[in-house]
Each structure stands twice: as C-alpha cells, then as structure tokens.
Design a protein around this ligand. Structure first.
Ligand code: MLT
Ligand code: MN
Ligand code: ZN
Length: 309
C-alpha cells in the first residue's frame, strides 16, 4: 500500500492568506527553511492505479496538478480517484469535494452525522447523485470502501470516534462546553491493505489521548497524527488568535499533556505529524522545536511525502 501526503498543513495552509506570522512571512520570502504546504489530505492506493482520498481539501485541484498519479490516464475523461473518505466536516476536509464536480463517478464515505452536514448544504448537490454515491461510514465496524461500479479498492477501513470537536461553523454555544459535539464529528481511521495485512492510523484531528486510544495505537506500523500546534497557547503567543489548541479540538505536541509525551513508550514504528498549523515552529527546518520533535522520533510530513507499507 502506498500513502501519499497531498497536503501536510492544517486549515489555512502555509502560508495562510491573511497571516504574516514568522513562518508565513518566511515562506513568502522564499526562505529554504520554510517550505510551502497545502491543506490537510492524504491519498492511498493498494492496487497502484485506483486511489482513495482521505479528506478533500480546498487545495485539491492544486494537489491533483502536483501529483501525476491522480491525473486522468488514457480516456478523454476520467480520474484515478475512486473514493473519498472524510474524517470530519471541517472546511479543510470537505471543501475539496466541490472540486470533484464535472460528472465524474466516485464514492463519498463519511459518518451519518457528517453526511447530514453535506446533505444540509445544497452546494454539495453539485455532485450529481446519479454518479457520486454517498455511503455511510459506520463507527467501529471495518468495511471495504468501493469505487464506482462497486470496484474493490483492496483496502479495509475502520473508523472510530476520537476526542474532538464539531466543525467551527457548527459550534452551538447553547450546548455547553463541547458546543454540541458528538462522537461521530471526529473520527480516526485505521486503514489496512487487505492483501499484506499491514495497516496505519490516520488522525488529523485529535483533542486528547485517553488510555484506550494509547492502547489502540500501541505497536502500530505507522501513525499520522494531529500536528496542529506546538504549544496549547500558540495562537496567543504568536498574536494570531485567542483560542487554545484544546479549544479548537487539537492536542499540542509539547508539554506533559502533549502528543510527543503521549506517544513515548507506545512502540509505534513510524510516527509523523500531519495537519500542521502555519504557526507551528516545527515547520521551520532551523527551529529548536523541529529538532526536539525529530529527536523524539517524529517525522514532520511535507506535501508529496510517500510512505510504503
Ligand atoms: C480545525 O482543524 O481546527 C479546523 O479546520 C479549523 C477551521 O475550520 O478553520
Ligand atoms: Mn483542520
Ligand atoms: Zn502564519
């Protein structure tokens, strides 16, 4: 199974359109230690020709143009993208579905809750229901996603709820501290190549690491994990915002409650941060934080990075 990182940045990308923080400024200045990144998405193939998208970012068009494997092959119209699975209803994970219009058959998988959000936004009707089937991704029940015409894509997926938050634009302050979030709002995916049996976990959003989740990830071949911020108060520190990472539904990397500490001792063969916010100093190759993350055994994903399992 091949895993290709299409977009390694969090929502907004690197640089973000309205941000002039150190990192964003350095990308715009062409600093070689600050490489641009597009928004959060990966794609996977088990058979080498058909690809499954995991999240569909607003940058999907540019990501397809940057990756020949996702471009039409042969016929006058067509796409190697056979299915798209989304892990939540955040803009950075669903807006790219709109890029996949133009009468192309594929399958969209999401939890019933996230499908409800898509169904409630009439702009997504641009995906012609006769060509684009929307299928439910049940929690805790492994399933094999299909492409158009029921083609088998060779992978098995298991979705399970992880600590997180409802999409920003759906937050309901009358619903208390979690803004009306439900378990189906944020899922992790375990993806298995059915032929080799090898698997990886994809968690671009995760707000905490309870013991059951640590146990679940223990000994994994590969985990792609929420790398949104380095510190919980990073937005305040950088003057870019007032919310903590926790308030946004993300676990920070550093500190006793952070993901680096949470993974210590979990014996994960390869662990890599993804969905990295533009304020996160690990994006800068010459930062102390980058060295610390790497010294703790973490890789920092970049657009175009590949993993073979
Ligand atoms: C997030 O990951 O917290 C969201 O994508 C934020 C947003 O909607 O911009
Ligand atoms: Mn996001
Ligand atoms: Zn920035």
């Amino acid at each position: 199974m091949k895993i290709l990182v299409l977009g390694s940045a969090a929502g907004g990308g690197f640089p973000q359109w309205n941000c002039n923080c150190e990192g964003c400024r350095r990308v715009r200045a062409g600093d070689p230690f600050a490489q641009p990144r597009t928004q959060s998405s990966i794609t996977v193939t088990a058979n080498g020709s058909q690809w499954v998208l995991f999240n569909a970012s607003p940058d999907l068009r540019a990501q397809i143009n940057a990756n020949p494997a996702l471009q039409p092959q042969g016929a006058v119209r067509g796409s190697p993208i056979a299915a798209a699975l989304v892990t939540n209803a955040d803009i950075d994970h669903i807006a790219g579905l709109l890029t996949l219009r133009e009468a192309q058959p594929f399958t969209v998988y999401a939890t019933p809750r996230v499908h409800g959000v898509l169904a409630g936004n009439s702009v997504f009707q641009v995906l012609n229901a006769q060509l684009v089937s929307r299928r439910s991704m049940p929690l805790d029940q492994p399933f094999s996603p299909f492409g158009p015409d029921e083609t088998d894509l060779g992978i098995q997926v298991e979705a399970f709820a992880v600590p997180g938050k409802v999409a920003l634009y759906l937050e309901d302050e009358t619903q208390g501290a979690n803004f009306g979030s439900r378990p189906e709002d944020t899922v992790a995916l375990k993806v298995t190549d059915r032929r080799s049996g090898r698997s990886f976990f994809y968690l671009p959003g995760c707000a905490a690491m309870p013991p059951w989740l640590a146990d679940r990830l223990r000994g994994a071949d590969l985990v792609l994990f929420d790398g949104t911020t380095w510190t919980d108060d990073e937005m305040q520190r950088t003057g870019t915002g007032s919310k903590t990472a926790g308030r946004m539904g993300h676990m920070s990397m550093s500190g006793t409650e952070g993901s680096i500490a949470a993974f210590a001792g979990l014996d994960v063969a390869r662990k890599a941060f993804i969905h990295i916010n533009n304020t996160n100093p690990v994006l800068l190759h010459d930062s102390v934080e980058r060295r610390q993350a790497e010294a703790a055994g973490w890789e920092i994903t970049y657009d175009g990075m590949e993993f073979l399992l």
